[in-house]
Design a protein around this ligand. Structure first.
Ligand code: PLP
Length: 462
């Protein structure tokens, strides 16, 4: 329901309105997610278990269920000022093109060189590592957005960074490597010969084109076996969702300024951090029994974690060196078809979002095929100007479907979605779409069964 019609195209908050604290949704959840388990003992992990892997402050945030608000360190806020607060855009031209009475808004996170929301967490993670006196970080990257974001963040704070980039993505997007190297990161295609995990995978399957799960195993192995080095992950984890809450906090403030209450809130879901961050302060309303929008998570039909996955304890990586998390999962060995939304190809989902979905607070998950996604992306680019990342275009597709429903019913719903990034590195995908060579791969139940067979059976736990 629109309370006061908006005439603004873009709503910018002032620098003073940049949030001073992150919001930790977990502090307000009625049912906490099941504890992460140490892969060696199957006992709930402690800060001590996590500290060899993550910077200690991040290990604390990972397990923090009590602090609703966590102060954003001033050097991180200083960095945020280079590209935040990000605009909330009223997609008037998109509404016009669709001929819908719905009001559509999007929160645009693509206004930085890395091109996505991932920088929000990268800079925080690099800061806490620097604070602790660490010298280097390792990470994995799929489509390259996370690696680029962390390269920028480590470059800023003077930390070394080693990025394991999923081989098939590295070959699809050679220019990503050039940016990461510009910011002084070292980039290795994964699986690689540089780690024991990588060598074992290549010995069994020399043509392996990699997956996020494989690259994570390599990055964790290197971090835990190198002095002064830790690992950083760009999604899935609770700490990342805490940092990404800045998206939702700004969105809520901007909508309040406009006097608008959203009816539907939509985000694409890879590991769940951008969606989790966008919806967090609105979900707080839902959990407290106040009015809240209908929440929709959108995922690719080729990697249908929420819509077709199992809610079970699983490893976060192929090598089974990471803690087990209870989450929606397709199995840590699941390798999705090489579709064009690299950022949405992870086998698991944030434990917080998984729990909220399981309990019915995250209202809905939808899987969409990539040609329908690119149809929406292309229309959006033509009328709104911004060329969306394929990942973000999943949310655009569902916003479009909802707006078209409103056209039939005449409802003036307010639809808000997260536009997580730009698509400048995805031009091969746009070309495939225009050529008509893009296909829609949807795994069969038999395909998914292969991944499910890898989910561990924990006696007495699941
Ligand atoms: C990584 C990425 C996503 C997926 O985000 P999650 O927080 O992991 O769900 C979506 N859009 C873009 C542009 C990305 O780079």
């Amino acid at each position: 329901m629109t309370m006061r019609p908006s005439t603004e195209y873009k709503t910018y908050l002032s620098e003073e309105e940049l949030p001073t604290h992150y919001y930790n949704l977990r502090a307000d959840m009625q049912t906490d997610h099941a504890p992460m388990l140490n892969p060696a003992t199957f006992e709930p992990v402690t800060v001590d278990d996590l500290s060899p892997v993550f910077a200690t402050e991040l290990a604390r945030q990972e397990l923090n269920i009590t602090d609703r608000y966590i102060p954003i360190p001033e050097p991180v806020r200083e960095f945020y000022r280079m590209y935040r607060p990000s605009p909330l855009v009223h997609a008037k031209f998109f509404e016009e093109a669709l001929g819908t009475p719905a009001k559509i808004f999007y929160k645009f996170e693509g206004n930085n060189t890395s091109g996505s929301h991932k920088l929000n967490s990268a800079i925080a993670q690099a800061y806490y590592a620097k604070q602790q006196g660490l010298k280097c970080l390792t990470t994995e990257t799929g489509a390259g957005q996370w690696g680029t974001a962390l390269a920028m963040a480590c470059g800023f704070f003077g930390l070394d960074l080693h990025v394991f980039m999923v081989k098939c993505s590295a070959q699809q997007k050679p220019h990503r490597k050039a940016i990461m190297e510009t910011y002084r990161a070292r980039v290795t295609e994964s699986p690689s010969e540089e780690t024991a995990v990588g060598r074992a995978i290549l010995a069994k399957d020399p043509g392996n084109t990699g997956s996020l799960g494989t690259a994570i195993s390599e990055a964790v192995e290197e971090a835990t076996s190198t002095e002064g080095c830790r690992y950083a992950l760009g999604s899935v984890l609770n700490q990342v969702m805490i940092h990404q809450s800045i998206i939702g906090l700004e969105t809520k403030t901007a909508l309040e300024k406009l006097g608008i209450e959203p009816d539907i809130l939509i985000g694409c879901a890879g590991g769940g951090s951008n969606l989790g961050g966008l919806i967090a302060p609105f979900m707080a309303d839902r959990l407290a029994g106040r009015r809240a929008p209908h929440f929709i998570a959108v995922e690719p039909a080729s990697c249908p974690t929420l819509t077709r996955g199992r809610f079970a304890y699983d490893y976060c990586d192929v090598g089974k060196v990471t803690p087990l998390a209870k989450m929606y999962t397709l199995g840590s060995g699941f390798i999705p078809s090489p579709n064009h939304s690299g950022g949405l190809r992870y086998h698991g989902m944030s434990p917080i979002l998984s729990q909220l979905y399981h309990d019915g607070f995250l209202d809905e998950a939808r899987a969409v095929e990539q040609t329908r996604v690119f149809e929406a992306a292309t229309l959006f680019a033509r009328v709104e100007g911004t060329l969306p990342a394929p990942e973000s275009a999943h949310a655009i597709r569902v916003a479009m479907d909802e707006a078209l429903k409103c056209k039939e019913t005449g409802e003036e719903k307010v639809i808000v979605f997260g536009l997580t990034g730009t698509g400048y590195f995805d031009l091969a995908a746009y070309t495939a779409f225009r050529n008509g060579t893009m296909t829609d791969y949807i795994p069969t139940d038999e395909d998914l069964a292969v991944g499910f067979a890898n989910i561990p059976h924990l006696e007495g736990i699941q």
